[in-house]
Structure formats: structure tokens, C-alpha cells
Design a protein around this ligand. Structure first.
Ligand code: C5P
Length: 397
């Protein structure tokens, strides 16, 4: 809960600003006081009147509003808050933050402050992927700014990909976690995520439909509880959480090497959808069509990374968590899997196409531990992640 917390909420000019209105409600519901600031561009998307009505406070808009300078200068405005939240944060405000520019009220507040800052980026996928934004993001994160999201999904501009602002509930949860205890401070947690790509030849590969969303959310939740996270990820659709030590890999074998190199860890969460098989020998030339018949692909078994770590005799992480994606008899299969692999917990979910879970934003899981099966209600992947992170924190206490 956010009782007695004052949040300076800066809305910058993106279509996601409409979600900023809901965010104000969510923050106030949790007991926070919200002081809103609008940039000029944000006023193209939401009106100062609706923002101030929802916040129940005056909206600050102009650096050179002399009355305000007399009442409360911009320095004091930025410092009287417990948190400065920029949501949505456009590519432009991120660039200004990275450079320390101060040419309007929002950027000046951000520069003049010693208050913690959190941003929820929102922009077109190309802008998010642009090297300039990558650079700015790295700089901002390095300066200690917390970053929530973005999510991937359909965008107002008609494109699809990362760049959608996190949902108001996700941002509110991140704000709560910011003020909440950090039970995982000083703990190192390893997370694997995403699919693997197993090459057939230089241009073809075997893959699966994992988006990496649940793994990224778990890593994000662990970070918010103060963990130091190593994030070993295959080629995922979603952005890796900012603040993790990122180790990108392609194949199961590379993932295995990265996991070995990341240990020791206090806990390890294996959320990756690792391919069970690779080519016995991937061709180093593109396979050609031939009149003599079809190519015959010979498979070899990939290392079971989760089983390997679970069964380590020395240096095993104190808690090893696996995931099980099943399409039938979920609990029975997952319980058997827990025993077979030797991990401590299995997070099992039903990935039958009709559930919409694989690649979707929600998940319904059963947590299998030595105490049996605990079915959780269907909820956003971010909430599954936060609940799991909390359970991990309790287990490591
Ligand atoms: O056996 P199955 O693939 O269903 O098990 C899923 C769990 O095992 C996941 O936690 C996954 O990350 C992990 N796994 C692994 N290495 C593999 C196969 C699965 O770490 N080669």
C-alpha cells in the first residue's frame, strides 16, 4: 500500500497518456497522493482538467509559472515527492533524461531532483529498438532510474512489438514494490527464459512458440524485491528487464554454458522453453532441394539444463524452480516431472491452444512443491511473477 506516499506523476506526450488517467486512480486507490505534471505534448492527448480532477490536485504545466515559483519552486516540487514516476515516458523524455537537458518543466524537475525516479516507457517499436533509445535506456538505468516495461503487443500505430506502456496495474505494483521491503537484497538469482533456436543449416532453425514473457516477468519481479538477477535468454519476443545481467543465447548448448558460468546462485528459475532436440550435425551450408529425395534430419538430444542443475552434488542453488508446459493432466505430469528432474518446485501451466496462455498476457499455474499442488487463479503473467518472487523470497529467508 502507498499510504502517506507522495508521487510526482509526469505524463509525457504519447497515446498511452490515456492510461495515465487510470494510473492516477490506481495510485490513489492505494493511498498515494499524486501531484500531476503535464508536458506540452501530453496536453495533446489528455486535458489538464481531467488529470487534475482525477488527481484531486493542481496540475503543473509550465516552468515559468511565476505564482508557482513563489509558492513552490520547481526544485521543491521535485523534492517534496517520495517518487517521481514518468508514465508514459516517451523516447524524447528518455533522451532528455539521458543527456540531462532541462528545457521544460518535466525535464527540469527530473534534473533538479534527488528523489528516486521510475519510468514506464511507451513508444513505437522502431523507436524502442533504435540504437539511440537503447543507448539512452542504458544510460538512464545506469543513473539509477527504475524502468517498468514496456510490454509487447498491438500498438496504436498498427505495428506489433515491444513499446506498449505497461498496464496501470503493473505500474502500480512496481511502485508498491519500490516502497516495499527488499527481501532478496544480496541474493543472486539465475533466470532462464525464452525459446531456443537450434540450427538446421545457416538459414533454418527449429524453434517453439515461447515469447519469453513469463520469464522476463519473473526476472523483473525478482529485481523489484532486490535480487541480483542473471537473465539467460534465448531469442524472445519481449524485452529483457532492465537491471538484470543479460546473457543472450541462441541454442540449448549455449544456454547450458551460460548457466554454468552464472553459478553459483542462491536460487535458479528455469522458465526457458528449451528445445529437447537439436540436429545431430547442423549443415554448414544451406540444404538444397534435390531430385534424389527429401533431406533426412537426424536429431540429437539436448542437455536437460534444469535436471543438471537440480542434481548437482556441489554448489547446487538453494532453491531450483522449473516450469512445466503441459497440454493435459497438468498436475499429474508436473508432479512426475518434479520428481524426475530433482528440482524443488515446478510451476505448471496448461498451454493447450484454447487457453491462450502461450504468447498471451495471462497465466493460470499450479505450483508443485514437496507439500503438494497449489493451484493459483488465472492472473496476469506479471502477477504470477510477483507471487512467485515473493514465495522465493520466503523460501530463501
Ligand atoms: O521436460 P520439460 O521440457 O517439459 O521441462 C520443462 C522444464 O525444464 C523447464 O523449467 C525448462 O526450462 C527446463 N528444461 C531445461 N533444459 C532442457 C529442457 C527443459 O532446463 N533441455
Amino acid at each position: 500500500m502507498l499510504q502517506d506516499k507522495r508521487i510526482l506523476l509526469i505524463l509525457t506526450g504519447g497515446i498511452a497518456a490515456y492510461k495515465g488517467l487510470d494510473l492516477i486512480r490506481r495510485l490513489r486507490e492505494r493511498g498515494a497522493a499524486v501531484t500531476p505534471v503535464l508536458t506540452r505534448a501530453a496536453e495533446q492527448f489528455v486535458t489538464p482538467l481531467s488529470v487534475s480532477a482525477l488527481a484531486g490536485e493542481k496540475v503543473y504545466r509550465d516552468l515559468f509559472d511565476l505564482t508557482d515559483e513563489a509558492e513552490m519552486g520547481h526544485i521543491q516540487l521535485s523534492r517534496s515527492a517520495d517518487l517521481i514516476l514518468v508514465a508514459p515516458a516517451t523516447a524524447d523524455i528518455m533522451a532528455k533524461m539521458a543527456q540531462g537537458r532541462a528545457d521544460d518543466l518535466a525535464s527540469t524537475l527530473l534534473l533538479a531532483t534527488d528523489t528516486p525516479v521510475m519510468i514506464a516507457p511507451a513508444m513505437n517499436v522502431r523507436m524502442w529498438d533504435h540504437p539511440a533509445t537503447r543507448r539512452n535506456l542504458a544510460q538512464i538505468a545506469d543513473d539509477g532510474v527504475a524502468v517498468v516495461g514496456p510490454n509487447d503487443g498491438d500498438m496504436a500505430c498498427g505495428e506489433y512489438g515491444p513499446g506498449r506502456m505497461s498496464e496501470p496495474l503493473e505500474i502500480a505494483a512496481a511502485v508498491e514494490a519500490h516502497f516495499g521491503p527488499k527481501p532478496l537484497a544480496g541474493k543472486h538469482v539465475l533466470v532462464t527464459s525464452g525459446p531456443t533456436h537450434e540450427p538446421i543449416d545457416p538459414v533454418r532453425y527449429i524453434a517453439n512458440r515461447s515469447s519469453g514473457a513469463q520469464g522476463a516477468a519473473v526476472a523483473g519481479a525478482l529485481l523489484s524485491l532486490g535480487a541480483e538477477v542473471t537473465f539467460v535468454t534465448g531469442p524472445a519476443d519481449v524485452a529483457a528487464p532492465t537491471g538484470a545481467r543479460l546473457v543472450p543465447v541462441q541454442t540449448a548448448q549455449e544456454m547450458q554454458v551460460a548457466v554454468d558460468a552464472a553459478l553459483p546462485a542462491d536460487a535458479a528459475v528455469f522458465a526457458a522453453a528449451v528445445a529437447d532436440w537439436r540436429m545431430a550435425t547442423a549443415s554448414d551450408r544451406k540444404l538444397k532441394k534435390s531430385k534424389d529425395g527429401l533431406p533426412v534430419l537426424e536429431f540429437a538430444e539436448n542437455p536437460d539444463i534444469l535436471a543438471g542443475v537440480s542434481q548437482m552434488t556441489a554448489g547446487r542453488p538453494g532453491l531450483v524452480v522449473g516450469f512445466a508446459a503441459e497440454t493435459d493432466d497438468v498436475e499429474a505430469h508436473a508432479t512426475a516431472k518434479r520428481a524426475r528432474k530433482g528440482c524443488d518446485w515446478i510451476v505448471a501451466n496448461d498451454v493447450s491452444p484454447e487457453t491462450g496462455i502461450m504468447g498471451g498476457s495471462e497465466n493460470a499455474v499450479i505450483l508443485i512443491t514437496e507439500d503438494g499442488a497449489d493451484p493459483w487463479p488465472r492472473m496476469p503473467k506479471a502477477e504470477v511473477a510477483m507471487r512467485l518472487a515473493q514465495r522465493i523470497a520466503d523460501a530463501l529467508m
